[in-house]
Design a protein around this ligand. Structure first.
Ligand code: ZN
Length: 435
């Protein structure tokens, strides 16, 4: 992981508060259904007014069916003298997700067929699931497995796979416009911090921010288990999907790595450009990648039947940091300052979307007399040396065809400068919002 320098500051209060929630949620055994997922959604709902939905097992959703619910109460591997070596209560990654119940004595050879390790990272416990496998399994460190040389062991998985429901949470924060910004976080990984909890807490903080103020756009926050949860959400919200004008899937936003952005399938939508612009304006590096149908639920939103303008915002991408999908993706990998910086960038993206309007000069003939309106004075009082240039560009490009983002890209000026110029010009009644 290549680390970026995050400016030193005394105040990572929001990052620290988010990090506390990462620690709080970390021990819950989440999966695509079940009590750990339900409790996670409930605890997010203590911070923001989520609507909690339960989709019954067996419900058809697009090409899928909501599966039976998985409940895990305990699981262990013990020596025949009763001494426990591997215990779900110590680390929930030890049990393969959706493991079916078992209570048996097996030879080491038989057990080996149900054991997953990482020989290249011998001290880490891997994360595995078997949603549709109708089997059971354990994950342990390779070093521990190598040390287990008894001829036989007793294995117990105390679990149930039975009709129940799939839980998800969503929240619509209405703005003046019905046009929506979608923020999505997956919630189905057990004790993994950067991959799932970082996105959950940053999305929660963004929701608190838009709840606390009036907005032009409407915001929809979606907390769902990956794939089947997103597919369930899409199936149940199909009638209003055309309101989604911008969307971001958040994932792995808590490590100190460089920002990465995966474009939407369309590749050149406003959200694709807004993320890049905000990072450019803040002098932050961001690696931009084209869409590919792998990774997170951007591939559901960007399936051809929906083709929504939804990208994926990350720091170090999934699969590209050594802790990914292992016991090392723990709360220490996630840093308060990295959470806060991710939050601030995303908040700035929202501010850009809020302000990205198309303006038209009231009287576009010639250059307006700025001195008479006191605008030269006000601009020289601005911090930005480029204020005057921004105002002149704005007054030139405000022909009713270009958004402020178009202007920023065209001129190389920052969105913030152009927006400040637009506010001055609007107050002076030199421009109006184009219809
Ligand atoms: Zn994952």
């Amino acid at each position: 992981m290549s680390e970026v320098s995050i400016p030193a500051s005394d105040s990572f209060a929001e990052g620290a508060a988010m990090h506390n929630i990462v620690r709080e949620l970390f021990p819950l055994c989440r999966s695509i259904t079940g009590p750990g997922l339900r409790e996670t959604i409930r605890r997010i709902g203590r911070r923001i007014p989520l609507n909690v939905h339960e989709v019954p097992s067996g419900t058809p959703v697009l090409d899928w069916t909501v599966p039976d619910e998985w409940t895990i109460r305990g699981a262990w591997i013990e020596k025949l003298d009763g001494r426990r070596l591997v215990d779900f209560d110590v680390c929930n990654l030890h049990v393969v997700g959706y493991s079916r119940p078992v209570d048996a004595v097996l030879t080491r050879e038989e057990l080996a067929r149900h054991v997953h390790t990482l020989p290249d990272q011998p001290d880490l416990v891997p994360y595995h699931t078997g949603f549709f496998a109708d089997s059971w399994g354990f994950c342990l460190s390779h070093a521990q497995w190598q040390s287990m040389t008894d001829p036989a062991y007793r294995v117990v998985v105390d679990s149930t796979v039975a009709p129940g429901s799939l839980t998800y949470g969503d929240l619509l924060v209405p703005g003046r416009s019905r046009e929506e910004v979608l923020i999505h976080a997956h919630c189905c990984h057990p004790s993994l911090a950067n991959d799932n909890l970082s996105g959950i807490v940053v999305a929660t903080w963004l929701a608190r921010r838009v709840l606390a103020r009036p907005n032009r756009l409407s915001y929809r926050f979606v907390f769902v288990p990956a794939t089947i949860g997103a597919i369930s959400w899409l199936a149940r919200n199909e009638a209003t999907l055309d309101r989604i004008r911008h969307g971001l899937v958040l994932s792995c936003v808590g490590d100190p790595g460089t920002f990465h952005y995966k474009r939407s399938r369309r590749g050149d939508t406003e959200i694709d450009r807004a993320v890049v612009q905000v990072c450019r304006d803040r002098g932050l590096g961001i690696a931009v990648r084209p869409f590919r149908p792998m990774g997170y639920d951007e591939r559901q939103y960007c399936s051809p039947g929906f083709d929504l303008p939804v990208g994926c915002f990350m720091r170090t991408p999934n699969g590209e940091f050594p802790e990914y999908h292992t016991s090392a993706d723990n709360p220490d990998l996630v840093r308060p300052e990295a959470l806060q910086q991710s939050y601030e960038v995303l908040a700035a993206v929202m501010d850009l979307l809020e302000a990205n309007l198309v303006y038209r000069r009231v009287d576009g003939r010639g250059e307006p007399q700025l001195g008479r309106r006191g605008l030269f004075r006000r601009i020289s009082a601005e911090k930005h040396a480029t204020g005057q240039e921004a105002l002149l560009w704005l007054l030139n490009l405000a022909d009713g065809t270009r958004s402020l983002l178009d202007m920023a890209e065209h001129t190389g000026l920052s969105f913030t400068e152009l927006n400040a110029a637009a506010e001055l010009a609007r107050d002076a009644e030199l421009i109006v919002e184009a219809e």
